[in-house]
Design a protein around this ligand. Structure first.
Ligand code: PXP
Length: 261
């Protein structure tokens, strides 16, 4: 399995103080040296964490392929076309969200996404679409001309966390998932099946399949069981663990868990 390490959260911490500490380029070096197969960053329209200069420096200095996440905003696409990442992943973006909450709406924004893909292809940049794990979204992604899909695993991760972590007892408990265990277990099973079926269908259509969002040291094994998935992009849990164990060990441990025997 290819492990994409998303280092945005290092910039989140830096921006909390508006200094250059922690240095995102240090994070890049450590992730590259500790088993990451790819570096993932998200140049958001509001530039809340990764700035243009970060993206430029990371593109120049990364020893690993860079997967650049971006919205379909035309100004952003112009920048991405110039940066020429190894791949662009198109994601939905809302100003008010804390993180990318759902997959791209490949139906309503079909024309805008088609335009974005065409522009990126003109700059010889392969495109992945961050989509919800549904059969229809796989078909639409194929029709739009993407090379790859990244399945949004947020719903799965939320259910898993409500079942298996302290989340329900915290300030961030997910109200709509405050359910009986048997109900959560049944939803978890359904969610895994959706991801599996979407991955299978995408592969049949000739799309490469990645997955990401909310994956961590406890739930990643479920993705490892879906053989059609060839890449995982993981950020929050790796950077969170690095507070306690250091980034090198956090990346190494995730790499160990995502290595297929
Ligand atoms: N993949 C995509 C497309 C994302 O937008 C994100 C979140 O920025 C991730 C993966 C990583 O998610 P997390 O930080 O929850 O691991």
């Amino acid at each position: 399995m290819k492990l994409g390490v998303n280092i945005d959260h290092v910039a989140v911490l830096r921006e909390a103080r508006k200094v250059n500490d922690p240095d995102i380029l240090n994070a890049l070096y450590v992730a590259c040296a500790s088993g990451a197969d790819q570096i993932t960053i998200h140049l958001r329209e509001d530039r809340r964490h990764i700035k243009d200069i970060d993206a430029k420096n990371i593109m120049q200095l990364s020893q690993l392929p860079v997967n650049l996440e971006c919205s379909i905003n035309r100004d952003i696409l112009d920048i991405v076309s110039e940066l020429k990442p190894h791949r662009a992943t198109l994601v939905p973006e809302k100003r008010e969200e804390v993180t990318t909450e759902g997959g791209l709406d490949v139906f309503t924004y079909k024309d805008e996404i088609a335009y974005a893909i065409e522009q990126l292809h003109d700059s010889i940049i392969p495109v992945s679409l961050f989509v919800d794990p549904s059969i229809k979204a796989m078909e639409a992604s194929k029709d739009l001309g993407a090379e790859m899909v990244e399945l949004h695993t947020g719903s799965f991760a939320n259910i898993f966390a409500m079942l298996n972590s302290s989340l329900p007892h915290s300030n961030h408990s997910i109200k709509e998932l405050e359910l009986q265990r048997y109900e959560l277990e049944s939803r978890l099973e359904k969610s895994i099946l959706e991801i599996k079926n979407a991955a299978l269908h995408a592969k049949k259509l000739g799309l490469q399949v990645a997955a990401g969002h909310g994956l961590n040291y406890n739930n990643v094994s479920y993705m490892m069981n879906i053989e059609e998935i060839i890449e995982l992009n993981i950020g929050q849990s790796i950077i969170a663990r690095s507070v306690f164990s250091g980034l090198a060990d956090a990346v190494k441990e995730m790499k160990r868990l995502t290595t297929r025997k």
